[in-house]
Write a protein that binds this ligand. Structure first.
Ligand code: HEC
Length: 124
């Protein structure tokens, strides 16, 4: 009985820790547990505005945790300077408080690229 209790509390701790790791972006997007197949195209039914509102808006509209605000050119100018490849890589892997894939785990790399282009275009 005791062992089961210990195992149970361990399992809770481990899942809480992996959730934290995902939230903080320290788990790379291709971690097998996420089980998302990478396709070199947009996911089925992908619509950039809808996915932006679902996945990115919460942080990037308010500037939560220092996120560059969409619509604020000054926030985006230094990001745009890094080039799309760097922005995409940082969005896929996460950077600082920006979680891996912006928490859109169904997003393909191309989806993320379109989302970033949309954010950049809306912030000039
Ligand atoms: C939990 C909040 C949060 C969510 C959700 C989120 N972001 Fe971010 N994002 C951030 C923060 C914070 C930064 C600033 C990170 C830094 O540079 O310190 C950031 C930065 C970025 C950057 C700039 C990276 C760079 O290299 O300067 C891009 C691009 C980006 N996010 C794209 C996205 C996309 C696309 C989504 C939705 C799929 C998304 N984000 C969802 C918080 C978030």
């Amino acid at each position: 009985m005791k062992l089961i209790k210990v195992l149970k509390s361990l399992a809770v701790q481990v899942s809480a820790m992996s959730l934290l790791a995902v939230m903080s972006g320290s788990v790379s997007a291709d971690t097998p547990t996420l089980g998302v197949m990478q396709l070199a195209q947009n996911s089925d039914g992908f619509e950039v505005e809808r996915v932006y509102m679902q996945s990115c808006w919460a942080c990037h509209n308010s500037g939560a945790a220092g996120a560059p605000k969409v619509g604020t050119a000054a926030d985006w100018a230094p990001r745009i300077e890094k080039g799309m490849d760097t922005l995409l890589a940082n969005a896929i892997n996460g950077i600082n408080a920006m979680p891996a894939k912006g928490l859109c785990f169904t997003c393909t790399d191309d989806d993320l690229k379109d989302l970033i282009q949309y954010m950049v275009d809306s912030s000039k």
